[in-house]
Design a protein around this ligand. Structure first.
Ligand code: SAM
Length: 309
């Protein structure tokens, strides 16, 4: 058995035991299993494993739990998307990462899978903050961060309310999509929609920009139709004022269950007086992951754009 399978089996067996003996949900059982390891009630089978092996094993266990309970806000960012986001973070921060670590915020951190995929990829050169409104998810994220020994500060709160976070170099976020129910809080935003409820995903973009340093970058997984909704004009106007669109990357359709679930990557830079907008916005489509040739052409296109930007 591979190391990550051994770790998964270990967590799985414990979670199933909690499910059977204590009547817990499988996901609560996973959490309990991780806490037992951290409290040293169990010896940890993942001691010799890499951070990626531990992340993958925990991720599979959490996914199994999410499938069993199917709560609508229990979604995890899949590895393929996390690795692509990580690739772009690496490209945009290439120079800075040679000498200094970067600070990062994920305001909808969920289980942390997206954040930890990116942090592991960047080889411990990131210190991060994560925000999440769902208590079970943030507890899973906190335990995973501790097992991975990744420096992450986590806050259990509504990310659209005031946060105790200093401006960061980079934001990454798989945006929660839908209407934001707290209309009073929405009033504080330029992107508040006055004739209907505001879109949470728009407010998340504004809030993320608020907590980014001037010249910092933001990497969002957005609904593919973000710029086609009835609130899109307001968003475009807002972006023009505060950010420079660096890239809009379409993702392969076969990564998503249906057209309505399709996502793209939107990369923004917060405007700064010392900097200028890119000469050209990178518009590209990631080919199917199985098409190696097309994939290497895609990466070449990104490199060429980067050299001329
Ligand atoms: N990247 C995450 C991962 O890998 O697990 C998944 C993110 S999921 C698409 C969006 C997350 O946003 C959900 O976990 C949801 O609970 C959270 N969320 C929704 N509204 C929120 C709010 N107002 N403040 C903080 N988190 C929120």
């Amino acid at each position: 058995m591979e190391k990550f399978e051994q770790i998964f089996s270990f967590i799985n067996d414990k979670a199933e035991k909690y499910e059977k003996d204590e009547g817990m949900s499988f996901l609560d059982g996973v959490l309990q299993a991780l806490e037992d390891v951290l409290d040293e009630k169990e010896s940890w089978i993942g001691k010799e494993a890499t951070k990626e092996e531990v992340r993958k094993a925990v991720q599979i266990a959490i996914l199994k739990g999410m499938r069993k309970t199917s709560q609508p806000n229990h979604q995890m960012t899949p590895d393929t998307l996390g690795l692509l986001v990580g690739y772009f973070v690496e490209q945009f921060f290439e120079d800075q990462l040679k000498n200094n670590p970067i600070s990062m915020l994920d305001p909808a951190v969920g289980t942390g899978n997206l954040l930890f995929t990116v942090m592991n990829l960047l080889n411990d050169k990131v210190s991060a903050t994560g925000i999440e409104v769902d208590e079970l998810l943030i507890r899973l994220a906190a335990d995973t961060a501790e097992l991975l020994e990744q420096p992450v500060l986590l806050y259990h709160q509504d990310a659209l309310q005031k946060m105790l976070v200093d401006p960061v170099d980079a934001v990454i976020c798989d945006l929660p999509v839908g209407y934001y129910p707290n209309e009073e809080v929405a009033l504080d935003y330029e992107l508040c929609a006055h004739d209907e409820m505001s879109y949470a995903h728009h407010l998340f973009i504004e809030q993320s920009i608020n907590y980014t340093k001037d010249g910092g970058y933001l990497f969002f997984l957005i609904p593919a139709n973000l710029f086609e909704s009835n609130q899109a004009k307001q968003l475009q106007k807002y972006l023009k004022k505060h950010a420079w669109i660096q890239a809009v990357i379409q993702l392969p359709e076969n990564l998503f269950a249906s057209k309505a679930h399709e996502k793209s990557i939107l990369i923004l830079q917060k405007q700064s007086k010392e900097l200028r907008a890119p000469r050209e916005v990178l518009l590209a489509k990631v080919p199917a992951m199985s098409n190696k040739e097309a994939l290497s052409m895609f990466f070449e296109k990104v490199q060429m754009w980067k050299e001329n930007k």
